[in-house]
Design a protein around this ligand. Structure first.
Ligand SMILES: [Zn+2]
Length: 338
């Protein structure tokens, strides 16, 4: 029979008595000053040491308690005899409390922490790096044949560039790129930096005012840095961390190796609503109307539908701009009925 030394407090006085305790088949034997006593195991509770302390505590139903110096071996022995007792009970309670908390924490980290870290990282990317990334992406799309030189006369393109100046550009002027694209069709999209790409097919179907409405939406994506934020959110936490710690090489490697088909970039609904709000604010100014955005979307929808008639997939511009009908409601209210 193993014997342990323990400090005994009777629960009424603060003085401790140094006593011997032992495990017997009927319970815990205590060599108390007032005489021997055996406490059945279901009338005591074993409390694990907190922190680095090796001191185990035994709480007795009588109100007394024992501090056991080498309590770990006692706990093991008790645990073997009565595995559900004492510490197991307290661990289970702790686990029941911790598991939901952990689940909430993990969900919060995934839902808000990751986007927040990615956003933080995105805002830490220097403007020059973002411009560089935009140029590289455009080069890549050109090289891969996704985009090709525009066939529109340069005079028309120059005129649109002049109109673009109306959109402003909070940090720097927007850089408008015109491209022909068989794979993208009638489309406009933003790249990292201040770059907007407009396809020949889009120029063919929109009036100048409608085009400006679409570009006002793309300007919203640029002003809110949606492209880089979206890329970082998609790439996960690792990349965001390397940006925050300033590991430039791994950032560039990772971004360039991302499977970016930017024309197909699925923005989150949050980003789309922000870009819409930007366009809406701009279109409400004198001499403009939000209605131009509605008619632009209708034309794009129709063009994409015709183009994809035989394809089962959703048109890319529309799928990157989900819930079109819902989002159009506020714009639509400015349009003449019918
Ligand atoms: Zn958009």
């Amino acid at each position: 029979m193993s014997v342990w030394r323990a400090s005994y407090f009777n629960g009424q006085q603060s003085t401790a008595h140094d006593i011997e305790i032992a495990l017997t088949p009927t319970g815990l034997w205590l060599g108390l000053p007032e005489g021997e006593q055996i406490v059945p195991l279901d009338q005591l509770r074993l409390v694990e040491p907190i922190g680095s302390s090796q001191l185990w505590r035994i709480e007795l139903a009588s109100g007394g308690m024992l501090d056991v110096t080498d309590g770990a071996s006692l706990a093991r022995t008790v645990g073997q005899q009565q595995p559900w007792l004492g510490r197991w009970e307290s661990s289970l309670k702790l686990a029941l409390l911790v598991i939901p908390l952990l689940a909430v924490f993990l969900f919060a980290a995934y839902r808000w922490g990751l986007p927040a870290a990615a956003d933080l990282a995105a805002y830490a990317v220097p403007a020059s790096s973002e411009r560089w990334l935009g140029e590289k992406t455009l080069q890549l799309l050109d090289k891969q044949g996704v985009l090709a030189t525009s066939r529109w006369p340069s005079e028309r393109l120059a005129l649109i560039r002049q109109q673009l100046a109306q959109l402003g550009g909070q940090a720097a002027p927007y850089q408008l790129e015109f491209r022909r694209s068989d794979s993208i069709g009638a489309n406009a999209f933003a790249l990292p930096g201040n770059v907007m790409v407009v396809t020949d097919d889009l120029l063919a179907i929109l009036t100048p005012d409608e085009l400006m409405a679409v570009l006002a939406h793309e300007a919203g994506h640029i002003e809110k840095r949606h492209v880089i934020r979206g890329m970082l959110r998609a790439s996960g936490l690792a990349l965001s961390v390397s940006i925050l710690v300033g590991d430039a090489n791994s950032i560039i490697d990772a971004l360039i190796s991302l499977p970016i088909a930017l024309a197909d970039l699925r923005y989150s609904r949050e980003f789309e609503l922000e870009a819409d709000a930007h366009a809406y604010a701009w279109l409400q100014m004198p001499g403009r109307t939000p209605c131009n955005f509605v008619s632009a979307l209708k034309r794009i929808e129709k063009a994409q539908h015709n183009r994809n008639k035989d394809l089962p997939e959703v048109p890319s511009w529309l799928s990157s701009h989900p819930d079109t009908r819902d989002r159009m409601a506020q714009f639509q209210s400015h349009c003449p009925a019918g």
